[in-house]
Ligand binder design. Structure first.
Ligand code: SF4
Length: 461
């Protein structure tokens, strides 16, 4: 049965805000976190009596043409030598990072994101995986979560089989919308039949997790045609669906200036698109997870949501708790214990730094004691249906009600509107509150009141 959602409340609370893939958000990162600071943190974490296992992320920024909605760090090129130069230095970065990290720390999660990881040839991907295996200890068991983002325009069944042979057990297909008018408006034309066939083939090949990404709020998108896209997707039964709202921030992302704001659905239409999709998914056997995912029974992410191990990270949601995250490539962000460390976003700087034998870390943030507590609570809000204050007290040796007295006092409007319920030491997110969880999380964000709210963040819906 679909949860009961109040559209009027969604309309009232729909405003820009962080997605909390980290806390504090990356906007608070500062210069001063250097290679030396990062390596010191890694060495310290290696010495832990039971060091954390690892999540490894590689950023592959290349794409052949720009999707106009894109907000990623990506390089549009057809120039093979440019790609080769990047891959040479990415191999160097893998070797340098691998030398820092103790080999008894096992990589439980591996994610290739972009850009377009499948821009690379099979040979390039094989070589990359070989380099990773040479420098890190990979989990080769069934519980590993090794994923690759797939642009259907670059892949066929043979390539899918190759990804499986390389050790990937999770694929994520970028679909966005199958409607031709929308595809033309976003400069991303892909054949619906081919795309849907790949989703079916990936499942037939035995990938443990098959995800598709959809995007609402795109130019020219209508309720009727988006519903057709959703029906087509539901027919091929992906285990997981990510439903993102398009964030129109043309001041930040130059290609978005190709999309006239007059072509975009207005706020009411966006909410209608979201609610229609939400209803279609939940009435078709999918369970909502976090702020933007839906999964069928048996999906790893749903299992993690149910057993409390669901995590928020820079890739969205993940399943393994307590991992340190090592991220490689342009703009990639690592987290080791309480340290965030971000690579340069500048391609020339990235290449030069690695050619000189150094990790290209340029920014970051060291969490203080208050950040650690708030990050924990915000992650619970972003991932789960409640925050158990007793558990927070045990983890951080605080009194939940006392520590957050001011914040909890500022939840009265949310309580009054039925978005949350505060019972004893438990903060419960009601069904509409689960959709608006970003605004609940923002109430626990110590930096939020000082933030510039003029156009840096996407709307809640
Ligand atoms: S949306 Fe993906 S494929 Fe399109 S330009 Fe951005 S990174 Fe490349």
């Amino acid at each position: 049965m679909s949860p009961v959602i109040d559209p009027e409340l969604i309309r009232r609370y729909d405003a820009p805000g962080p997605r909390y893939t980290s806390y504090p958000t990356a906007r608070h990162f500062q210069k001063g976190v250097t290679e030396a600071v990062f390596c010191e943190s890694v060495a310290f974490s290696n010495e832990d009596p039971i060091p954390s296992d690892l999540s490894l992320y590689l950023h592959l920024p290349f794409c052949r043409r720009p999707c106009f909605y894109c907000g990623c760090t990506r390089i549009i090129t057809h120039h093979a030598p440019r790609v080769s130069s990047y891959l040479d230095q990415l191999h160097q970065e893998i070797a340098l990072q691998g030398a820092e990290i103790s080999r008894d720390r096992v990589v439980r999660q591996l994610h290739l994101g972009g850009g377009t990881p499948t821009y690379l040839t099979d040979t390039e991907l094989e070589s990359l995986m070989g380099a990773i295996r040479k420098s890190f200890t990979l989990d080769e068991g069934p519980d590993r979560e090794f994923g690759i983002e797939v642009d259907p325009r670059t892949v066929d069944a043979n390539r899918l089989a190759h990804f499986l042979a390389l050790g990937f057990n999770r694929v994520s297909f970028g679909i966005q919308d199958l409607d031709r008018t929308v595809q033309l408006a976003i400069n991303r034309v892909q054949d619906p039949d081919h795309t849907l066939m790949l989703v079916e083939q990936a499942q037939a090949f035995g990938f443990a997790s098959v995800n598709v990404d959809l995007l609402y709020g795109l130019p020219g998108q209508s309720l009727e045609h988006f519903q057709t896209t959703i029906q087509s997707v539901l027919k091929v039964h992906p285990g997981r669906i990510a439903l993102y709202g398009y964030a129109h921030l043309p001041e930040q992302f130059s290609f978005q200036r190709q999309i006239p704001s007059t072509a975009l659905p207005d706020a009411h239409a966006r909410i209608a698109l979201f609610l229609m999709a939400f209803e279609r998914f939940t009435s078709s056997g999918y369970h909502p997870i976090g702020m933007d995912h839906f999964a069928r029974d048996g999906d790893m992410l749903l299992n993690a949501a149910r057993d409390g191990s669901l995590q928020r990270n820079f890739q969205g949601y993940s399943t393994h708790a307590g991992l340190d995250s090592v991220a490689l490539g342009l703009s990639a962000i690592s987290r080791i214990g309480t340290l965030y460390a971000q690579n340069t976003k500048d391609e020339a700087d990235y290449l030069a730094c690695l050619r000189a034998g150094h990790l290209p870390i340029r920014m970051g943030y060291r969490l203080n004691a208050d950040d650690v507590i708030r990050a924990d609570v915000i992650e619970r809000i972003m991932c789960h249906e409640e925050v158990d204050g007793d558990a927070v007290e045990k983890r951080h040796r605080i009194r939940f009600r006392d520590y957050f007295a001011s914040t909890l006092g500022h939840l009265k409007d949310l309580e009054h509107d039925g978005l949350v319920e505060l019972t004893g030491n438990r903060l419960i997110l009601k069904p509409t509150g689960q959709i608006l969880r970003r605004i609940i999380a923002a109430r626990f964000d110590a930096y939020r009141p000082q933030e510039d709210r003029s156009g840096h963040y996407s709307r809640m819906i």
